[in-house]
Design a protein around this ligand. Structure first.
Ligand code: SF4
Length: 431
């Protein structure tokens, strides 16, 4: 077993562009000011500012803890491995990490028979279910910039939770004039990226399920019992546009939001018979898209999959982390939150291993049966890669300082080695 090792990473030279890891828009043209705390120079994004407030200008000095007390790194790894070894059904939750971290966690899940779910698993399942049930037609940030002449934000103004969305998708030079229609949402006209756009706000008709269904019926040419002039005008606008993009936000949808996601895809499919259209899903924060993509490419199945000794099992409802914990269907929890301290594990008295931002220890206090291992944040203290909101695009992250903390990938690899070492005497015995 190796002790937890510090990262050995190149850091972003002062003045070089920096890619923000704090939401899946992955803004990549930003700069960090050298100050007591890292500060964005060229964006006032409140989400990034809030996230950066949890970091100093140089590496944190934090040590692992066991039941709240400082622990030698090797002993912390051994104690965490003992928790996993004693578990008949562990759950790996949170999963807020980068590509390398998730790859290593998957291997550890395979070694321990764990179920995998992300902290934003409910929202992720809305888009995943739509993909599984009907297929999806998504676009990219670049395609919106270059081609979209109508952007319809359904049930979201995008910028409340993804503040740089309109700047990231602002019409490129030579792109067609653009209309932005917000359905059931409002936006500040001075928002960067909206300059030159025609902006309209119209109300939902009923709730978002009703509105999406009405739009789908009208675009398919079916009559509906309910008539709404603003919605009729939007339908006409979508049919006349050269390229409509429907933007929706998975985390803002209520339960059964996958029905809305699937209805949006029906609208997109119908429009594509006569013109061009695509959807864009805002979601996948805290490494959610990354965890889902990596799990899918390694196993063939998305999150909410158990990597059991008897085979893989994907249970999009039953394997929801909070439900598993509440039902005591699992007997140990490994929780990963490397981007900040806000993502705390669900309340329980389960044996707990946390790989987290150093400040997360504050939420754990002196909880018993708990091992806390502070880890580096990708893009802050260590390099990494994240999947961007537009699906298959992976962005590299350059740290702003060289961390003394290990990465999630390093800790997960150490845990896998410790677990294997514990099981050597049992070789030949099924886990
Ligand atoms: S919009 Fe997202 S990626 Fe861009 S600066 Fe804000 S938090 Fe970072």
């Amino acid at each position: 077993m190796t002790a937890i090792s510090a990262t050995d990473s190149p850091t972003a030279p002062t003045g070089q562009p920096w890619t923000c890891p704090f939401c899946p828009l992955s803004c990549d043209s930003l700069h960090i000011a050298p100050a007591a705390r890292p500060t964005l120079v060229d964006s006032d994004c409140p989400r990034a500012a809030a996230a950066l407030s949890h970091f100093a200008a140089s590496s944190a000095s934090a040590v692992p803890r066991r039941d709240g007390r400082p622990a030698d790194p090797s002993r912390a790894i051994a104690a965490a491995a003992a928790i996993l070894a004693a578990s008949r059904q562990p759950l790996f939750g949170g999963l807020a990490t980068d590509v390398a971290g998730m790859r290593a966690l998957y291997r550890l899940a395979d070694a321990s028979g764990a179920i995998l779910d992300h902290a934003n698993g409910d929202a992720l399942m809305h888009s995943t279910r739509a993909l599984q049930d009907r297929g999806v037609f998504y676009t990219t940030l670049a395609e919106i910039r270059n081609r979209a002449d109508l952007v319809v934000c359904l049930g979201t103004n995008a910028v409340d939770h993804y503040p740089e969305f309109f700047r990231r998708t602002a019409a490129a030079p030579g792109a067609p004039a653009r209309q932005v229609v917000l359905v059931g949402a409002a936006v500040d006209r001075a928002t960067p990226g909206l300059g030159g756009c025609t902006i309209e706000e119209i109300p939902l008709v009923g709730d978002i399920f009703d509105t999406a269904a009405l739009l789908a019926a009208r675009i398919a040419g079916r009559g509906t019992a309910v008539s709404d002039p603003a919605l009729d005008a939007l339908v006409a606008g979508m049919q006349a546009a050269r390229y409509t993009v429907i933007v929706w936000e998975s985390g803002s949808l209520p339960e059964h939001g996958s029905l809305v996601a699937e209805t949006i895809q029906r609208i997109v499919n119908a429009l594509n018979r006569t013109t061009r259209a695509a959807a864009f899903c805002l979601g996948g924060g805290n490494g959610g898209y990354t965890a889902n993509q990596v799990t899918t490419w390694l196993s063939g199945l998305p999150l909410r999959t158990g990597v059991h000794a008897r085979g893989l099992a994907h249970e999009p409802q039953r394997y929801a982390a909070e439900r598993l914990v509440a039902d005591r269907a699992v007997d140990a929890l490994l929780w990963v939150s490397s981007f900040g301290p806000e993502l705390v594990p669900p309340e329980s008295d389960l044996p707990l291993v946390v790989l987290g931002h150093p400040d997360l220890q504050g939420a754990l206090g002196d909880r018993m049966d708990t091992v806390f291992i502070p880890v580096s944040t990708p893009g802050i203290g260590s390099p990494g890669h994240l999947f961007r909101a537009d699906g298959g695009i992976v962005v590299p992250l350059t740290p702003i300082y060289a961390d003394t903390l290990p990465t999630v990938a390093q800790v997960a690899a150490d845990l896998a080695r410790a677990l294997a070492a514990r099981r050597k005497p049992e070789q030949g015995v099924a886990r």
